[in-house]
Design a protein around this ligand. Structure first.
Ligand code: TPP
Ligand code: SF4
Length: 504
């Protein structure tokens, strides 16, 4: 086309600036989200991003993502992003809004997340009238996990857990969450919208914008429920799924405004300033003299000469034990069990203990790790961010946590060779091919118990009887108990061979 006939086009529907320019979730698909064709989540994302753009609040908006198909919101929205545990987004949003009143906090949730596991959180956040915005995407099913019934599943609707269709007698009636919340005094705005046709979609966009704007005006709790297609789990074509929202879903969940007190509502006064972080242990009565002052030497001594306590069967002496352990590996390597046996043995020997498992939201073939603390005094937090001992059951876990080990700490690593670039002069290492050793012992799955044996030797604070009792309580099958005991003894022996001079 020559320059004098060139036509200038204006982009009417560009990408919202509240989205990242590229989505880095997958190297090869940075222009795509992970949503299926025809999924309502993508449409709702666009509406939300546009509302944030229009209100000019991108820099102060925090999006709290759920567990469900929309778990990856943080890959798409260029906002402050927090990913909450399943159902807990309204509680997390409450904390964020109260500690940062100037922020705009949006709780984004599916129907399983909001009306099943998170039923209490949403109810109480709404009842308190928290000044947050909730986007509730109702597709009448648990999609991410493959189509189990949700509280919102329609009567007669088939799911993997209601293969004959939901019945009122068996599973109860579909839960009308918006109507329920509209019985409360505090909410200022609740509306149900749908994505069933273009007219509905236009109304949904308006409602989402209003719900966010209410928060900008400081008015209080707003929620928009969006009836949303899930073609994949409903086993429909995208267009058919869209019509199903309008022609079927809407009959059970009528669209409309269920609460609107925005005209009369006054801006809510900001809550009292929360206490400073360092004040919290004192306010909670968790301070025990010097207990909260981390003493590296104490931990090291404990690692080196705690054996005085080891075989006596005595209760561990007060103020002597403060063991922080991180155990990490692939799902299936026995990461969590290793931590449980350790924690249970600590409990058995009269110590304060905490065990905190941590695994990815996808639940399949992921990595897992756990935090374990054993202490003579009350434990202020179950989180172990600077472990004294790291048990790394594979290389990715080593690479992830190696730098977090506190100076003077230990790494127990499952591998033929310790990667050179992970070596630290201030950390001691026990690197052995534990899986191979376990295989020679009778079962590769016992590698976690060999590593536990090494760990017990390093820590030197748990009586043998406590460990044996913990193992028997957690591993009931006598055949496994026997193997695990052998594995643990093997681990102890390996450690002693390697550090013979320390024990001489
Ligand atoms: C504590 C916990 N329990 C259960 C699960 C498994 N889980 C993952 S997503 C999900 C349901 C999600 O359904 P919904 O909220 O309706 O979202 P959708 O996938 O339909 O968008 C469940 C039960 C989990 N990840 N965490
Ligand atoms: S399974 Fe359903 S809710 Fe999940 S991404 Fe696909 S269409 Fe969307």
């Amino acid at each position: 086309m020559s320059s004098d006939t060139a036509v200038e086009y204006e982009v009417a529907q560009g990408r919202s600036k509240s989205f990242y320019p590229r989505f880095e979730r997958k190297d090869e698909l940075q222009h795509q989200t992970h949503y299926c064709p025809g999924c309502g989540h993508g449409v709702v994302h666009k509406m939300l991003a546009r509302a944030i753009d229009e209100l000019g609040i991108q820099d102060r908006t925090i999006l709290v993502g759920p567990v469900g198909c929309s778990v990856f919101t943080y890959y798409y929205f260029d906002l402050g992003n927090v990913q909450a545990a399943h159902g807990r987004a309204p509680a997390v949003s409450t904390a964020l809004k109260r500690s940062r009143p100037e922020s705009i906090v949006i709780s984004y949730q599916g129907d399983g997340d909001l009306s099943a596991i998170g039923a209490a959180e949403i109810l109480h956040a709404a009842n308190r009238g928290e000044n947050i915005t909730v986007i509730f995407v109702n597709n009448a099913i648990y999609s991410m996990t493959g189509g189990q019934a949700a509280p919102t599943t329609l009567l007669g609707q088939k799911s993997t857990t209601t293969p004959e269709g939901r019945s009122a007698l068996g599973e109860g009636y579909p839960l009308h969450e918006s109507e329920l919340l509209a019985t409360l005094e505090a909410p200022v705005y609740i509306e149900r919208v749908g994505l069933g046709d273009n007219k509905q979609i236009a109304q949904a966009a308006r409602a989402i914008r209003r719900a966010v704007e209410n928060q900008v005006r400081g008015l209080g709790f707003s929620l928009v429920e969006v009836l949303s297609p899930c073609p994949t789990i409903w086993k429909m074509q995208p267009v058919e799924a869209q019509h199903w929202v309008r022609d079927v879903m809407e009959k059970t969940f009528p669209l409309g405004v269920l609460r609107d007190r925005t005209k009369d509502a006054q801006p809510r006064p900001a809550p009292a300033t929360p206490p400073a972080l360092e004040e919290i242990p004192r306010l909670l009565g968790l301070e025990h003299g010097e207990r909260l002052v981390k003493d590296e030497r104490q931990v090291l001594n404990l690692a080196g000469n705690g054996s005085a306590l080891k075989r006596t069967g005595e209760r561990a002496r007060a103020a002597e034990v403060d063991l922080e352990v991180r155990i990490a590996g692939f799902g299936g390597q026995g990461v969590l069990l290793l931590g449980e046996v350790l924690a249970e043995a600590g409990l058995e020997s009269g110590l304060e203990v905490s065990w905190l498992p941590s695994y990815g939201p996808e639940m399949r073939s992921g990595t897992s790790n756990c935090h374990v603390r054993l202490a003579s005094q009350s434990i202020d937090s179950p989180l172990v961010s600077a472990p004294g001992i790291l048990v790394a059951m594979n290389e990715p876990s080593l690479r992830k946590f190696d730098r977090t080990v506190r100076p003077g700490g230990w790494v127990i690593y499952n591998g033929e060779e310790f990667p050179e670039d992970c070596a630290r002069p201030d950390v001691r290492v026990v690197a052995l091919p534990f899986t191979k050793i376990a295989h020679e012992l009778g079962d590769a799955r016992a590698s976690n118990m060999i590593m536990l044996g090494v760990l017990l030797e390093i820590a030197g604070v748990l009586p043998d009887a406590s460990v044996a009792a913990a193992l028997r309580r957690l591993v009931r099958n006598p055949r496994w108990v026997e193997l695990d005991e052998r594995a643990m003894a093997g681990g102890r022996a390996r450690y002693r061979e390697m550090f013979a001079e320390v024990h001489a």
